[in-house]
Design a protein around this ligand. Structure first.
Ligand code: CP
Ligand code: NVA
Length: 330
């Protein structure tokens, strides 16, 4: 059997297919316990700390509610309120927090930072998003796919539309390759995933009977797809100056009803959120007005439509993050 006790959760390339499937099963069990109101304070007496160098709604709240449901205490440190990175190194911070806490969540910039933390903490470290990877997100995404396709995900095709070089797209490529789903990155040349990730994924995909494809042709990319996925065009930590070019490059890759119509009739739409689809929201509104557009990465029609499962996906963040904490701390 699988035993993840004491392990870090830094990126999905570190986990086998069997381990990822185990975490998804565990997530489903936790979802049932939550639904039926069955207490599951399995980690009573433990404490965790959440270190955020970027903002968050879903990830932070998933760790907090998940930890409380498991009976643990939680400390949240926001981007400005600890010494880390300013008066104290990541290594020293890790050595201190590792003596207080049983587990550490980190959201930040460089993947090397979360790896430094893990190397020095002496307790499990969970990656809540870096510039390179967003591994907890993919567990929620795949759980949502399983729920919509009666568990039968092998051989299904997931298409990521837009900024396919970002943390979410890269992580989706890995999880699809490990679980036997075909992955398609559909975007402009300038926004394709880095070669090293593609090269790492191709043999994994081949071993699991699926493919990794990169294309700039929307019709070719989305034909027959089972999951259409997108994310914001500009990620946290990127300079404001990239917006103009990004909009120009990515407008042809917006998820519209026409795109959905070319996918499989049972296709679902996913988005990790937050989304700029609602141009009434602050940054969305500001950028839409500045660049004279009315829709961002996905139209309101698709986002609010029957194929959209984005709020089930968001809920699943909590159940899956709970599973990661339980598996690594038990
Ligand atoms: N999907 C996701 O990570 O959302 P937050 O930035 O709100 O945590
Ligand atoms: N690619 C996005 C994902 C947010 C959950 C970002 O890094 O900002």
């Amino acid at each position: 059997g699988v035993n993840l006790s004491g392990r870090h959760f830094l990126k999905l390339l570190d986990f086998t297919t069997e381990e990822i499937e185990y975490l998804l099963e565990l997530s489903r069990n936790f979802k049932d316990l939550k639904r039926t109101g069955t207490p599951h304070r399995y980690l009573e007496g433990k404490n965790i700390v959440l270190l955020f160098q970027k903002t968050s709604t879903r990830t932070r709240c998933s760790f907090e509610v998940g930890a409380m449901d498991l009976g643990m205490g939680v400390t949240y440190l926001d981007p400005g309120s600890s010494q880390m990175g300013k008066k104290e190194s990541i290594e020293d911070t890790a050595r201190v927090l590792g003596r207080f806490y049983d587990g550490i969540e980190f959201r930040g910039f460089a993947q090397s930072d979360v790896e430094d933390l893990a190397a020095n903490a002496g307790v499990p470290v969970w990656n809540g998003l870096t510039t390179e990877w967003h591994p907890t997100q993919m567990l929620a995404d795949i759980l949502t796919v399983k729920e919509n396709f009666n568990d039968d995900i092998k051989g299904k095709t997931l298409v990521f539309m837009g900024d396919a070089k970002n943390n979410v797209a890269r992580s989706l490529m890995v999880v699809c390759s490990k679980l036997g789903m075909n992955f398609v990155a559909c975007g402009p040349e300038e926004c394709m995933p880095a070669d090293d990730v593609v090269e790492a994924c191709r043999p994994i995909a081949e071993a699991n009977g699926c493919t990794v494809k990169l294309t700039s042709d929307v019709a070719e990319g989305v034909a027959g797809a089972h999951v259409i996925y997108t994310d914001v065009w500009v990620s946290m930590g990127e300079p404001d100056e990239v917006w103009e070019e990004r909009i120009r490059l990515l407008e042809p890759y917006r998820v519209t009803s026409e795109v959905m119509a070319q996918a499989d009739p049972d296709a679902i739409f996913l988005h990790c959120l937050p989304s700029f689809h609602d141009t009434n929201t602050t940054i969305g509104a500001q950028k839409a007005e500045q660049f004279g557009i009315t829709e961002m990465e996905v139209t309101d029609e698709v986002f609010e439509g029957p194929q959209s499962k984005v709020f089930d996906e968001a809920e699943n963040r909590m159940h899956t993050i709970k599973a990661v904490m339980y598996a690594t701390l038990k």
